[in-house]
Ligand binder design. Sequence first.
Ligand code: ADP
Ligand code: MG
Length: 237
Amino acid sequence: MTQTAEPVLIVEHLSKTYTLGDQTVRALDDVSLTVAAGEFVALVGASGSGKSTLLNLVGGIDQATAGSIRLAGHDVTKLGDWGLTELRRSAIGVVFQFFNLMPTLSVIENVTLPALLAGGDGAKAADARATELLDAVGLSARRLHKPHELSGGEMQRVAIARALMNDPAVLLCDEPTGNLDSHTGQTIIALLGDLNRRLGKTLVMATHSAEAAGAATRIVTMKDGRILTDTAATLAA
Ligand code: ADP
Ligand code: MG
């Protein structure tokens, strides 16, 4: 019997309105999007088009005004605080523009942290997995360094390894190259593409870099809180 796996992410008629005084901003306006396991979706569009809002809603960081989000079989929009925290720990990895590493912890400790917070595996298993991930992002040699001893690109690699620590169903990246020079940004994008192809990671990445979009399997263009185009990318071999 063949089984059709449920898509990792199903967003339906999602809207988010911000009210500032007597002004309302439609940050997201009736967005529907389905992402299957193994896809690498690039969200592109001008600043203010709603990319971060969409990622923040999917990641459970912010609450929708209307619509629904189903992620890894869970109804994100119906979960309470506790359920959301659990889901964020177990099914969602996030990578931000400004890395957000813990400055007093070493590289290996930063990567291990999500596993320790989630409980479950023992410290030894967590360390083994973090070591594997540091290897996957090419940073084995920096395991005992502190974040301030690293370059921006290296810090982002640590953040990516940390985001993968609990083997999330989806990795959400918001402008992961936004704070890097273009060459370093390219290497980070190449790494994300590699994690998608080699390890089968499902990614949704907001970016306004055209090169960044080049590593994706699908490009979704946003404008004024809406999806304008949604196309499969033709990848260079
Ligand atoms: P992008 O990530 O594509 O640059 P955003 O999702 O950050 O776009 O923003 C979409 C729109 O929502 C913009 O008009 C922005 O000003 C507005 N917005 C985002 N966050 C807030 C907020 N917390 N309060 C009010 N308006 C906001
Ligand atoms: Mg943004």
